[in-house]
Design a protein around this ligand. Sequence first.
Ligand SMILES: Cc1ncc(COP(=O)(O)O)c(C=O)c1O
Length: 398
Amino acid sequence: MTEDVSAPLAAALAATTEDRLVYDLAGIERRYDTLRRELPGVRVRFAMKACPVDEVLTALARRGAGVDAASPGEVAQALRAGVPAGRVHYGNTVKSDRNIADAHRLGIRTFATDSPQDVAALAVHAPGARVFCRVATGGTGAVWGLSHKFGCPPGDAVHVMERAREAGLVPAGLSVHVGSQQMTGEAWHAALEDLGGTLRALGRRGIRVDHVNLGGGLPALGYRDRHGTPLDPPLDKIFAVIREGAAELRRIHGAPLDFVIEPGRHLVADHGAIRAHVARLTERRGADGEPRYWLYLSCGKFNGLYEMDALQYRLVFPGHTDGPRVPAVVAGPTCDSDDAYCHEEALVPVPAALASGDPVWVLSSGAYATSYTTLGFNGFAPLPYAWAGRPEGDAADG
Ligand SMILES: Cc1ncc(COP(=O)(O)O)c(C=O)c1O
């Protein structure tokens, strides 16, 4: 399943004469509504790290979403944008004493955890808080596995929750993250099975959690992999596996069990695109003596396309629909060799007539673009952002 750029997004990109990240807010809202229909009864806590833009947070909050926040800074922004504190949880297992105390002071009462040390700190700095323990996953099938830094094995999760109970915290839930841009239903199935086993073990110890947090990992639909092959995630199957798995967990639990999910890229990636321009199309000989084309764009790894070493984005070259194409390595504008699509052998066919200054649209680049941008590495400033369906002047500094 892939998506072409929406008409409002295309119109806004065409109308933009300067480099910008353009979001289609209505598209993000539609994606949210579809997700709610596909997973009835599952509450959405938007992983705001994927797009920490006030208007997006406010629009999703108006539709009933909450936020998965990873720091006191994100908590504060979500609250400012109108997300009620009761719908914000602290989803990062990594936090200092000060982070916990600050978030608690801001009204946060639900925290992720995965270790006895973190539980002990929560008991001191967020006394009585609700905690959910992250169960580790293997990350197989995902573009970004997220498998080492977070979570504990199911057996350890049971001990962590016992420690939480002893420390006066509320052992409220379990969570997983199947890895970002998860491409298989099987990974969800395996994670849900682990959750089932953990719920059973908790039940034997008299711990009855009230919710399961399914984490992130739902895919964007418009990416290509590092070699340029379209990523075609089996979204319908993934939804079916989640629905069936949730029903099975409720059966195992034998008591009311709520579900939340923390989509990041799934909600925003395909509804944001960058209007960039061509810095230069060059041809020069490489170390192997072979001539090679390089297409240098005005945006790259350090100003909007941080994930360009793991993905290829679909590029549109307005005004160059016909004419010969040449195979090129695509790279960003900085003086850093990491600022390029990583596979030199996966060349992208680009119009041979491209000239410096020509517009380029980088599609499905709405996730992790504003957040993973440097302050101005090599003097290339963060991209301002604008909104499809509004006048071009309505841009904010990113
Ligand atoms: C705890 C947590 N939840 C959700 C997400 C969002 O993941 P994704 O963008 O794959 O949906 C992340 C991303 O790193 C995360 O760390």
